[in-house]
Design a protein around this ligand. Structure first.
Ligand code: ZN
Ligand code: ZN
Length: 256
C-alpha cells in the first residue's frame, strides 16, 4: 500500500525535525503502508531539510520506503515555476494541483463565500479549464485531488462534474499522467473521496494510472481514507496502481 500525499510541514506550521517526521513513519507502519511519499506544497519546500530526509530514507528502508514528492500549485502563468525545484532536488514524483481560480483560493475556508457570488457551473468550467492547462503543460506526474472544487459540497446544476472533467481525463491520458485517489475529501464537508466514484470509473475506462494518498497534514492522518480509496479503485475495476522513482512510473499490483 502506498500513501503518496503526505505533508510534514503542512502549511508551514511544523518544524521539519527527525522526531516529527518519524511520527509520520510510525503511523505509516501502523497503517500497513509500505511506501510513503512526502509532497510538500512548493511554497513550503524551503522548510524541508533534504539531508535529514535522505538520512531517514536510508534508515527506514527496511520497513517503509520513503519517496520525495512535491505538490506543485498550478495556475495560468505558473508553468515555469516548477523548474527551480527540479534543479535543486531529485524528486520521485510531482503532483500537479489546482487550488486557485483567477486568484480565488476556493478550497480555503476563509474564501468559501466565493461560491455564493459565482455560478457553480461556471466555477466547475473554469476549474476544468485550468486543469486542462495543467495536463497540457505535461510537467507533473500525477494530478492531485482532481475534483477538489466540490470541497464544500457545491455541485454543478446544468451538467455533471464528470461532464466538465471528461475532457481533462482525455488530456491526462494523452499526456500519460496519473491521477490520485485522495482520501482528504472524507475529512472535508463534502465527505467524499477525490475524485467521486463516477470519475474513477471513467478513469478506469480510459486506462489512466492511479496513485493513492491521504493528504495528511498531521502524523495521525497518514493512511486516512486509504481503505475507502482502495475499495473505490477496486470497485471501478482497478487491479493495479503505480509508483514513481525519480519520475519513472512503475505499475504494481493494487493490494491492501
Ligand atoms: Zn492540494
Ligand atoms: Zn496536499
Amino acid at each position: 500500500m502506498l500513501d503518496y500525499h503526505v505533508h510534514a510541514v503542512a502549511h508551514g506550521e511544523y518544524d521539519y525535525t527527525q522526531e516529527w517526521v518519524e511520527l509520520y513513519l510510525q503511523q505509516a507502519q501502523e497503517s500497513g503502508i509500505d511506501e510513503i511519499g512526502f509532497c510538500e506544497h512548493d511554497e513550503f519546500m524551503h522548510l524541508v531539510d533534504l539531508e535529514l530526509f535522505q538520512r531517514l530514507k536510508a534508515a527506514s528502508r527496511h520497513y517503509v520506503r520513503l519517496k520525495l514528492g512535491l505538490e506543485w500549485d498550478f495556475g495560468p502563468g505558473r508553468e515555469k515555476s516548477l523548474q527551480p525545484y527540479l534543479d535543486t532536488a531529485d524528486y520521485d514524483y510531482i503532483i500537479g494541483s489546482v487550488h486557485f481560480i483567477d486568484g480565488w483560493g476556493f478550497d480555503h475556508p476563509d474564501y468559501q463565500e466565493g461560491y455564493q457570488h459565482r455560478d457553480v457551473d461556471e466555477i466547475y468550467a473554469s476549474y476544468a479549464d485550468i486543469l486542462m492547462q495543467l495536463a497540457a503543460a505535461g510537467c507533473c506526474d500525477i494530478v492531485g485531488h482532481i475534483d477538489l472544487v466540490k470541497v464544500w459540497g457545491h455541485r454543478p446544476r446544468r451538467r455533471s462534474a464528470l461532464h466538465y472533467l471528461d475532457p481533462v481525463l482525455k488530456s491526462i491520458k494523452a499526456h500519460r499522467l496519473a491521477v490520485e485517489i485522495n482520501g482528504g475529501g472524507l475529512r472535508k464537508p463534502v465527505e467524499e473521496l477525490y475524485p467521486s466514484r463516477d470519475i474513477v470509473e471513467r478513469m478506469y475506462a480510459y486506462d489512466i494510472p492511479i496513485t493513492l494518498g491521504s493528504d495528511a497534514h498531521r502524523p495521525e492522518q497518514v493512511g486516512e481514507g486509504l481503505v475507502e480509496a482502495y475499495s473505490c479503485a477496486r470497485r471501478a475495476g482497478y487491479q493495479r496502481c503505480v509508483t514513481f522513482d525519480r519520475r519513472l512510473m512503475t505499475v504494481v499490483p493494487l493490494e491492501y
